[in-house]
Design a protein around this ligand. Sequence first.
Ligand code: ARG
Length: 459
Amino acid sequence: MAQLWGGRFTKETDKLVYNFNASISFDQKFYRQDIEGSMAHVRMLAKQEILTEEEENQILSGLEGILRDIENGTLRITDEYEDIHSFVEANLIARIGDAGKKLHTGRSRNDQVALDMKLYIRHEVVEINALLKELLENILAIMEDNTATYMPGFTHLQKAQPITLAHHMGAYFEMFKRDRQRLDDIYDRMNYCPLGSGALAGTTYPLDRAYTAQLLDFNGPTLNSMDSVADRDYVIELLSALSTIMMHLSRFSEEIIIWNSNEYHFVEIDDAYATGSSIMPQKKNPDIAELVRGKTGRVYGALMSILTTMKGIPLAYNKDMQEDKELTFDAIDTVKGCVALFTGMLKTLKFNKDVMKTSAMKGFTNATDAADYLVNHGVPFRDAHGIIGRLVLYCIEKDKAIDALSLDELKAISPVFEQDIYEAVSLETCVNKRMTIGAPGPDAMKEVIRIHKEYLSLS
Ligand code: ARG
């Protein structure tokens, strides 16, 4: 048990208390950010002549050595230290002696941990954003190939109107694009440096907080030292954005699971992304999609957890806030894993285009267009709706699609039908006539694809 704060105490900490309080088992995850933050702090202290140049150089090379040795495996982070901050400081002092004892001048672990968490989250936000970009590129590739791949669009999981696979995929493109924008917003909003806020009330040293912020690529220093050490909004915003990403992935997964079912058979999951059953030899299960759907719960759980932890904490720092880490790290790792695996599964997914087309033809997805045909020939819409309803009933009885009926059969239901009805209710026509931006018509789709390409090339 090695602690930074033994001076005021006359007794050893109880071992159980030590373990309960310690965070090294999880905050070692941001050792790199902790060291980078310390380096910037030391540079600023030297610039302000609070440290000498010699002390600065000694500390910097000590910190570089610690970073190098952690990364090459020669320095192991052990639970002999309470947290990563103590670990780094103790090692620094062991390596360079007295100069190391000056590292913590004008700093508290409260502003230090706030900085580390921000640096870590900022880094992960960029990584998740890049993973989402890769997912979007794959969605866009499917869109480009499938502007004429017909399938039923659903409402209430009932076949509704014909769409294309490009159009269906396009819906997910929009969702993941907004997810990326949310991450960008979070990055911008959180990108202010808390270092120099001290424990809660700033420090008496003449720090140059703007300089530290600049060294660490922040937009500037935070403007209230109490808020700086007590703020975890950015963690909550991140977990909220991650929850939304998981919600989108989960819906997409659910669709793939449905499409992969024996009844739908719209898609075939690649062998590399499917699993078998230990007892039923015929099975090929969509476990990856199911796991992505299932893991959504843990990410939502992290959001609920931190919201609840933060709700009753008086200003400024309280130890409750140490609880922000494990769940956030887990949520970040979960989302990264899910996005990457989902992208791989999507990339290798085979679409049974004939099955999709037949399904669209068989499900009366052209019934609205048949009603529109009557309206275009002078029948009031409400009457047309009734006529097509009777027509659908007749088709169900005969087990036929609308366009599989003879003109005589059609005329028996309404004399308004003429030969051109077949063309009017073909899947191609139904889709092609929906040409306003956002609709599945091929011209509208091509314009959207062009916009998406431009977006991906710029972001
Ligand atoms: N491990 C602590 C945390 O994660 C670091 C800050 C400790 N500060 C303190 N005043 N005990 O929040």
